[in-house]
Design a protein around this ligand. Sequence first.
Ligand code: PMV
Length: 331
Amino acid sequence: MVAAMLGQAVTARACANIALVKYWGKRDAALNLPAAGSLSLTLAALATQTTVTFDRALAQDELELDGFSARFADTARASEFLDLVRAAARITTRARVISKNEFPTASGLASSASGYAALALAASRAAGLALSERELSILARRGSGSAARSIYGGFVRMNAGDASDAAYAEPLASPLADTVRMVIAIVGGGTPKQHGSRDAMEHTAATSPYYPAWLALVPQDLAAAEAALAKGDLEALGTIAEANALAMHASALAARPGIVYWQPATLAVHAEVRGLRACGVAAWATMDAGPHVKVLTTEQDAPTIAMRVKDIPGVTAVTISAAGPPASLVP
Ligand code: PMV
């Protein structure tokens, strides 16, 4: 059965997600166990499609990203991830991985969440494994902490768990799922980020005097965000999301040396969001390990926000996204 699967190309598609309560720090780097839980929204506009073929003719794993041979470090990381799949499937065959981001061009947005979620699904199937969604989430986590959440669509909670097999994501039902939108403001033309999230969160945990305060805050933000989701209260959710992102960045800014993702345009978008909110527009800002700003809003208010932020100097692209679907196989 497994032998028959090997050699067949399997394609999967997964969408990126943006955390509303952030994951920032690990309690175990080898197993990629998060120090705390997190909560996110999967986004339809940011998808990755990945094809995996285990091929006996290959001497080593090959990775192609957006039409080009990947950098050595990216290939090595994917290869380490494929080792987990091979170990589970009891095979040693090397794989060819072809991955394409359907992101707005030159967005510079992190693609590790959608990338590793799509790779987990495609590679496990291509290796002859039929994993449950929970097992896929645990596997995707080993590639990238946020990828565990991209196995699911809509709003998703990541459990910190008390063991490796308990650190998985699960979907959260909410009346907000159909009407929520994110306006993604790309700042700085998508130039490569200065500090990758992996190293930056480790450096923050190791050196920031504010990191313990950040960790203490997460459980209460998670509980409040989940209550807001269950009630369908976007204002409560947005307020927590904006405050939580600022707290995460405060811990990073206070690291020694500080990690500063902010550019002038990042601040300008935040100011615009506060101004729009004062005028009654539903808008709350969040940001990750880069200068881009994502604005949580409604279907109704998204076009106004997009129009207002697109002309801010330093904002190079704006995309509106609805909630996205779970990771799936592409026939
Ligand atoms: O999954 P990673 O290792 O790329 O880390 C993600 C970190 C943040 O994007 C800043 C927060 C999050 O929860 O997605």
